[in-house]
Every structure is written in structure tokens, then in C-alpha cells.
Design a protein around this ligand. Structure first.
Ligand code: PEP
Ligand code: MN
Length: 384
């Protein structure tokens, strides 16, 4: 059960204290508060955990500070949709809005290698009006002798260059909770030139201690990759770990599943599940075509499989595309063979714009269809 207070309720007020006192007295129920600072208002949600069956919803709703009460199913308590369209999806971070009804692109380096490559990447992005990127500093590698990423050493120039080229949000994978401190300290030292979204890789989707650590802090939002060998439900529960600790600014990313049935792609592309996640949760949905497809193969229509996969995600309503680019893929230290090249960025962005418009047209088409059916027969329920 979620008790949603009126926006901007003062936690020092009598009405707030009265609500808390009432909820704390409920037998067998533990309470957990979430304060969400939006761009315009502060929202407070109080989660009632435990045996809530006997809780009287009406009495709670009659309390002065309470706006409404939502009964939730067990799954995805915080991030779930729960038939409650009123609760917002998404968030704004460092001036960029990530939501279930818009689209951002995070094109960038799989792994930071040289300052020159970082600079070319960011300068090119700025040329196309882009304010987000991806930059891998801590790389989880299968082979212990492979390049592990430059780690904290590269952060100062990555952040400074981001500031120079107007990049506002960098998706950066972390593999250990101390990396959060590295990032925070370096952003402070360099004067907060940019923002960072903490990426949790597919190999860490169920690293619960890492999830809890990223969930405990609220400074940085999180981009959680789906686990490549677990069910969707297990991965959505991983996202809920972040939220249950207090960090509700979470984006969920599909990146393909490990299976030989996906061959010749590196992973079995799972972007048909974009709408499923939007139905089950309020998280914006990201697709990663690079790590799904994993090559620069193309079909007779001259379109790379990576780009086709990106299009499939966006036409299905994806809200973010995380995609590998590199100025000199043959010199990339990680995943060069799947990277798109700088001179492909313009057409790629245009293609994504076409796909976004197509998605919007599809939504309008089916909304019209619903109105038509209901006009013909107002008593007819929506098709299931
Ligand atoms: C990445 O995005 O750099 C990455 C390692 O992806 P994944 O965790 O999906 O393999
Ligand atoms: Mn990679």
C-alpha cells in the first residue's frame, strides 16, 4: 500500500506528524518513506509494508496531509504501474528529462581509451545537438587479461571534456560501490561540469549489494541492464532493489539475451519486450542495440543490423538508445567491431527521429481506433 501525500507537504508540519503517528500505530505494518524532489515539486510517498489487509484505506485518506492511497500488488511496489496513471513516469536529471513518453540517445564510447577519442566523440555529438553520451571507465571483462578500463584515472578529462562540449549526462558503468565515490569526488574537483548516470551491467544485474549501494544514494540516477540469463521478472526485481533503497530514478535497459539461438547476433535481441516493461512499470525503457547485435553486419538494404535493431526498439516505444560509436573502431580497446562510426552519426540520429515519429503515429492510429469502436458501441469494453 502506498500513501501519497499532497505535493510539497512540509515534513515539519502538524498534518505530516499526524499522518506519520497514525501510520506508525498500525499493527504488523512497517513504514518506509520516499521523498522525491521533482523539478517543480517535492513528493512524499509512504510505503506500508507487511500485513496491510486490515488497514482501513478510507481513514488514511481522510487525514489532512494525504492525497490518496494506492493498493499495490506485491511485484515492483515502488516502480510498478499498479493501474495508477497519476504517478509520474521518469525524471529530470541535470536538465535532461527521461520519461516513458520521450526519446533520448546516448551514443558514445564503449570504453574510454584516449582523451583524443573522447574529445572527437563529444565534439561530434555537440555538432548534432546531443547532450548525452556513454563512456565506459570501469569495464567488466570476461578475460582477466583483457583491458579493464582506465578507471578513475580517466574521469578528470572525461568530465572536463563533457563540460567543454555541453554534455549533460554520461552513462557510466560501475562495478563496485567505491566507484560512486570516485565519480562524486572527481565531479566535485572538476566543478560539476556534467552529470553521470550509473550503469549497472548485465553481469551485475543481480549483484544485490551493488544494487543496494546505488539505491542508497540519490545523487545519481541509474541505468540498469537486464540480466542476460535471468527472467524479465528477476531483472525488474533488480530494479526494484534500487527503488526500495530510495533511488527511484531508474531506467531499465534491454540488451539481448545470451543464447546460441540468437546467432549470428551476439545476443538474442529482446526489444519486443519494450512495451511489456512500460505496461508493468513506470520506468523509461532503454535499448542497447550494440551489445545485442555485436557486429557491423548489414543486410541487402545497406542498413546495419545494429541500426535495424535500434529502429525496432524505438518503433516499439523505447525511450533511450544506448549505442557504441568510435572515431577509429580498429583502435578501440573494447568492442570495436560493433561500433558505429562518426560519419554515421547524422544518419543514425535522423533514422531514430523517423522511428520516433512512426511510433507516435502508431499510438495516434490505435487511439483513433479505440474511439471509433467506443462510438459504435459505448458499452463495449476495450478489447483484451
Ligand atoms: C556496456 O554497455 O558497456 C556493457 C558492458 O554492456 P552489458 O552489461 O549489456 O554487456
Ligand atoms: Mn561493450
Amino acid at each position: 500500500m502506498i500513501v501519497i501525500l499532497h505535493a510539497n507537504t512540509d515534513t515539519e508540519s502538524e498534518a505530516y506528524r499526524e499522518t506519520l503517528a497514525h501510520l506508525e500505530k498500525l499493527p504488523g505494518v512497517q513504514i518506509r518513506q520516499h521523498h522525491i524532489q521533482g523539478s517543480e515539486q517535492k513528493l512524499t510517498e509512504i510505503y506500508l509494508l507487511g500485513d496491510t489487509h486490515k488497514v482501513d484505506q478510507e481513514t488514511i485518506e481522510s487525514l489532512e496531509a494525504v492525497d490518496r492511497v494506492v493498493r499495490v500488488s506485491q511485484e515492483y511496489r515502488v516502480l510498478g504501474r499498479h493501474q495508477d496513471e497519476h504517478r509520474a513516469s521518469g525524471f529530470t536529471y541535470n536538465g535532461v528529462t527521461f520519461a516513458q513518453n520521450n526519446l533520448n540517445i546516448m551514443a558514445g564510447l564503449c570504453a574510454v581509451d584516449t582523451p583524443e577519442h573522447v574529445e572527437i566523440m563529444m565534439q561530434t555529438l555537440q555538432g548534432f545537438g546531443q547532450v548525452c553520451t556513454r563512456m565506459g571507465a570501469y569495464k567488466p571483462r570476461t578475460n582477466p587479461y583483457s583491458f579493464q578500463g582506465h578507471g578513475r584515472k580517466c574521469l578528470p578529462y572525461v568530465f572536463e571534456l563533457a563540460g567543454k562540449y555541453g554534455i549533460k549526462v554520461i552513462a557510466m558503468e560501475i562495478t563496485h560501490e567505491r566507484h560512486i565515490d570516485d565519480i562524486r569526488e572527481c565531479l566535485e574537483k572538476t566543478g560539476q561540469p556534467t552529470g553521470v548516470m550509473l550503469q549497472i551491467g548485465t553481469r551485475n544485474t543481480q549483484n544485490f549489494e551493488l544494487l543496494k549501494a546505488i539505491g542508497r544514494q540519490q545523487e545519481f540516477p541509474a541505468l540498469l541492464k537486464r540480466g542476460y540469463g535471468v527472467t524479465l521478472n528477476e531483472s525488474l526485481n533488480a530494479a526494484e532493489y534500487l527503488a526500495s533503497e530510495g533511488n527511484t530514478r531508474v531506467i531499465f535497459c534491454l540488451r539481448g539475451m545470451k543464447s546460441s539461438f540468437g546467432n549470428p547476433h551476439r545476443n538474442m535481441v529482446d526489444f519486443a519486450q519494450v512495451p511489456v516493461i512500460k505496461r508493468l512499470t513506470r520506468m523509461p525503457v532503454c535499448v542497447d542495440p550494440s551489445h545485442s547485435v555485436g557486429s557491423r553486419e548489414k543486410s541487402p538494404d545497406h542498413i546495419l543490423d545494429v541500426i535495424h535493431a535500434s529502429a525496432q526498439g524505438v518503433v516499439a516505444g523505447a525511450n533511450l538508445v544506448l549505442v557504441d560509436f568510435h572515431p577509429e573502431p580498429s583502435k578501440a580497446l573494447v568492442d570495436g567491431p560493433q561500433a558505429l562510426q562518426m560519419d554515421e552519426l547524422g544518419a543514425f540520429l535522423e533514422d531514430m527521429e523517423i522511428c520516433k515519429e512512426t511510433y507516435n503515429k502508431r499510438v495516434q492510429l490505435w487511439a483513433k481506433e479505440l474511439v471509433r469502436e467506443q462510438t459504435l458501441d459505448p458499452a463495449r469494453p476495450e478489447r483484451v
